[in-house]
Design a protein around this ligand. Structure first.
Ligand SMILES: [Zn+2]
Length: 255
């Protein structure tokens, strides 16, 4: 049986998501920004929390772990390189490793940049990826602990996933990301279409994720730093993609 997910908001604009394996009954929270919305999602679905899979150590992704673990005695799995900064860790995961939720088998893709060793979790059989704060819809996380080169390489790892992979991310930042992206590629028709779609989703009280790798490749400037027109748009025609990426990221920081 295939995976089921339930998406919900936490804190101000963090996404929480539950990943459920109907066969075994196991349910993972991908990050735990705060306990109460996770509890509400569990209650609404009738699912029982068995695992918390942590993408990275930031407090707005880990703040609910202690309370949830004490109540549900669930397993907490964190990236090996960041486990010291995550509470209540039972197991760690490394790049290329596997993280299971019942019969659902996830692959760990280390995507450094936003933090030093975050885990992006990819479930190929269900075409799901949970990118934390590495990739957002039409955006990416701030490069805080890693280098711009590392973050660009992380973008390439995610861009290489199959086009129809559904992308879940850590925050609802899409409309602001689109406004910025339009300053880089005002004539990108895929971006224009995404802007209309996202505006309608928000107006209808929906969320803008999951998105797909295909949609992001077409319209997310952070995945397009090696497109000649994008390099030219930021005055870096012919320059290495990591340099173009760094310039786009720097402009976004000031936007
Ligand atoms: Zn973060």
């Amino acid at each position: 049986m295939s995976a089921q997910t339930r998406l919900f908001m936490c804190l101000k604009d963090n996404f929480g998501v539950l990943l459920h394996d109907p066969g075994s009954g196991r349910t993972a929270a991908i990050d735990a920004p705060e306990a109460a919305p996770v509890e509400a999602a569990l209650k609404a679905t009738g699912w029982k929390l068995t695992d918390i899979l942590v993408t990275h150590h930031h407090g707005d992704h880990t703040g609910g772990i202690e309370e949830l673990k004490h109540r549900h005695r669930c397993r907490v799995v964190a990236p090996d390189g960041e486990a010291g900064a995550v509470p209540e860790v039972d197991e760690t995961m490394r790049d290329g490793g596997t993280v299971r939720v019942g019969a659902l088998e996830g692959r760990v893709i280390e995507t450094p940049g936003h933090t030093s060793a975050p885990a992006t979790l990819y479930y190929p059989a269900d075409k799901l990826v949970f990118a934390g704060d590495t990739l957002f819809s039409i955006g990416c996380g701030r490069v805080i602990e890693g280098t711009m080169e590392q973050m660009w390489q992380s973008m390439l790892k995610l861009r290489a996933l199959p086009d129809d992979t559904m992308v879940h991310c850590g925050h609802e930042y899409t409309l602001a990301n689109i406004r910025f992206a339009q300053t880089i590629e005002p004539n990108n028709t895929e971006l224009t279409a995404r802007a209309a779609e996202a505006a309608k989703q928000i107006a209808d009280g929906q969320w803008t994720i999951p998105t797909t790798i295909d949609e992001e490749k077409a319209a997310n400037p952070f995945l397009r730093a090696d497109v000649p027109a994008v390099a030219a748009a930021v005055g870096l025609a012919g320059k290495p993609a990591a340099e173009v990426f760094a310039e786009i990221r720097a402009r976004k920081n000031k936007f």
